[in-house]
Write a protein that binds this ligand. Sequence first.
Ligand code: F6R
Length: 603
Amino acid sequence: MCGIVGFIGDKEKKQILIDGLRELEYRGYDSAGIAVMDCCNISVFKAVGKIVNLEHKMKDVEFNGFGVGIGHTRWATHGKPTELNAHPHLGEFSYVVHNGIIENYQELKTFLISKGRVFLSQTDTEVIVHLFEYNLSLVEDCFNAFEKTINELKGAFAILLMTKKESDKIFFAKQGSPLIVGKSNLNEIYFSSSDAPLIGHVDDVIYLEDGEYGFAKLSEISIFKNFIKIDVAPKKLPNNKQFAQKSGFRFFMEKEIYEQSQVIADTMIGRVKDSLVHFEELENIDISKFNSIKICACGTSYHSALVGSYLFERVSKIQTSVEIASEFRYKEPLLHENTLFIVISQSGETADTLEALKMAKHANMITVAICNVDNSSMVRVADFSILTRAGIEKGVASTKAFTTQVMVLWMMALHFAQIKKVVNSEFIEKEILAMRESSNIIKVKEFYHEKVKRLSKRYLHGHGFFFIGRDVFYPLALEGALKLKEISYLHAEGYPAGEMKHGPIALADSELFTVALMPKNILHDKIKSNVEELSARDATILSISPIEFNLSDDFIKTTDTEHFMLEFFEMSMILQLFAMEISIRLGNDVDMPRNLAKSVTVE
Ligand code: F6R
């Protein structure tokens, strides 16, 4: 998804902007661009593909001395990923970068063309800069023209605009897409659409809220809302950059799979006590008020939501439903105040999930965001939020964010069960013991990784994969299939094992690979007979289980534990490694798979 950086100051600007864009690479993009202005000259560079291409184009230039610069990584929405469509976009004397979507761009474009403006790109963004210059011809003051422009835009945006008419400033606006601004000790100004590029440059930042806009110049940030200047207190910027490096692993995804043991432990700190689970964040929720829970999410987060639904019903005895956020938004859902509404999101910026959250708020529901990014839009909108503490996740295919989400849901289920008094102390003790063991079980053991590496070579062809499981292993099967298709581009489907005979088994033959999740502690015999049915049709079976299964072609023997959630975490790690090793063998870009973005901030 698109990323934005900006800078005002004396330092060499090319490197600051390029470095900033690099920190945003994990979000996914297909072109990048930079514009720098000193006094009244503007230089602009754009390149399709990786940032290194942009850097190459800029290898002979430097921008020392006072100036302003803006940069952008673009993930194509309106118009193909071409240089012409890459940001920054030019008017006659101004440049703009933009994240989000301008919904009324078509009518604005028609109007501006009728006024003689010439458009070069297919993007919605280009209307912003032309509209600004048109408005400037009416009001003759840059800030007023910018304010008027913002008020005429519909949709979601984070915008940085610079113009030769006031060459010491950047004009900015935020509506529905994240934008952060900070001032350094030297009074330079830094902008970014997320924390990472700002770390090391500024200590305190302002997380702009929807509807806020303004201008910045050296040593000054002026913020406005509804035509009135406002004061906004800065917040401390996190300073942990170590997560942003690969630490010797081949890919961020690999590093993040290995980090799971640590982050699962972090997720429990202060929450799992000796004899109970406690969430300070939920202290003010009266759970007895709710007779049901609804969870909304997308993608991998939707899979963890499904796991949560099994746990809330089984452990907390609360009826729970789960919906894909993009479906939920338009189905005219019936929302009741006695339903607790939960959204789950790694980024906290996913447009569909954010919108679902806003709908629930609008219906006066109590809302909780389970999220990995503090100060993200969802965290700010929800009544309560629980941070998953996975650290920055750079691999586009989510791993540690998923398992920490599941950990949070498991803890929440027990937390609610304790409050509702539907479980006894013996049960709580067993659960807590298992929770404490989770961090160990998910640790990548060398022999697992070696085994997965070796057997991955047998799964590079064929006409598809079925991942099958039952109970919470059904959402895990969905997740295993999603991981594989995202980074290997092989066709894979997740299925509830009991459903295979209702149709999909028709596909079974030796070229159909079945990855069977066969835990010991839940429905082992049931899934065994489902897999036997597939084996009888000559499907190629990779079974993952602590119990030997003699009909499998490949077998990964997991740890013999006494809790299904421990089996769940161990199998999660194995499926992640499986997808990654296949992707590596196929020569794919594991961390930045084609067509995908880390944070999907458009519908
Ligand atoms: C898959 C993946 C996506 C995200 C989905 C929701 O590996 O990462 O499916 O889970 O786009 O994103 P968040 O969790 O940020 O709302």
